[in-house]
Design a protein around this ligand. Structure first.
Ligand code: SAH
Length: 215
């Protein structure tokens, strides 16, 4: 099967599983996921599974990327903060749907590779940096949307602070390695509303930057 056919099959599979948002499916059909995975996994790029990337991290399962993007309820007016750039795949998907994407990765090497992909794919509305995403990006706050793509122990208060009132944050929360709950947090005038979107499995949100601490 060719990659174009593989890609079409994956989109069909997602549509059958209930992702009916045409805009998101169209973007996912256009973005070449094979460019975001290591050479050895290229032939698996259009399987609906998470795949290993460098530094023991993963690129999320396409279905989860679709579900999180859908839950974030984005449009061309919003400015989004993503925590955990990883391969850069989710950032690129978001960049087609939002005004601007800010993304933070703790591993400098992963970020370098992701930035090369942003350039190659001419995604000029993505701004990225190495750092501890748990601290957010105060200079650019508030954000109308925040997506955390690593599992937090709790809803990070710092990120809630950097969310605009009426804004939405999607974040996997839980201490368990093998499963967390995907939470949709909406900031209101007097606090937050939290909706549980079901179980997910993410690598943990770690403190500090990977290069300095060696993991
Ligand atoms: N969104 C990515 C997948 C994320 S995997 C993609 O589309 O490919 C989670 C990523 O979060 C990993 O790359 C990990 O290094 C990063 N990460 C973990 N803790 C972090 C932190 N505190 N700040 C920034 N990035 C972090």
């Amino acid at each position: 099967m060719t990659q174009v056919e593989d890609r079409a099959r994956l989109i069909l599979e997602m549509r059958r599983s209930g992702i009916v948002d045409k805009t998101i499916l169209d973007v996912m059909e256009r973005v070449p996921r094979e460019l975001f995975v290591p050479e050895t996994f290229r032939e698996h790029a259009y399987e609906n599974s998470a795949l290993p990337i460098d530094k023991g991290q993963t690129i999320s399962q396409p279905m989860i990327v679709a579900l999180m993007t859908l839950a974030l309820d984005v449009d061309k007016r919003v400015k989004v903060l993503e925590i955990g750039t990883g391969s850069g795949y989710q950032a690129v998907i978001l960049s087609h749907l939002c005004r601007r994407v800010y993304t933070i990765e703790r591993h400098r090497e992963l970020l370098k590779q992701a930035e090369q992909r942003f350039t190659d794919l001419r995604r000029h509305n993505i701004t990225s940096k190495t750092g501890d995403g748990g601290l957010g990006w105060p200079e650019q706050a508030p954000f109308q949307r925040i997506m955390v793509t690593a599992a937090a122990a709790d809803i990070p208060p710092v990120l809630v602070d950097q969310l605009a009132v009426g804004g939405i944050m999607v974040v996997p929360v839980g201490e368990h390695r093998d499963h967390q709950d995907l939470l949709k947090v909406t900031k209101t005038d007097n606090g937050i509303d939290v909706e549980d979107l079901g179980p997910v499995r993410f690598v943990p949100l770690l403190p500090g930057t990977g290069d300095r601490q060696g993991y």
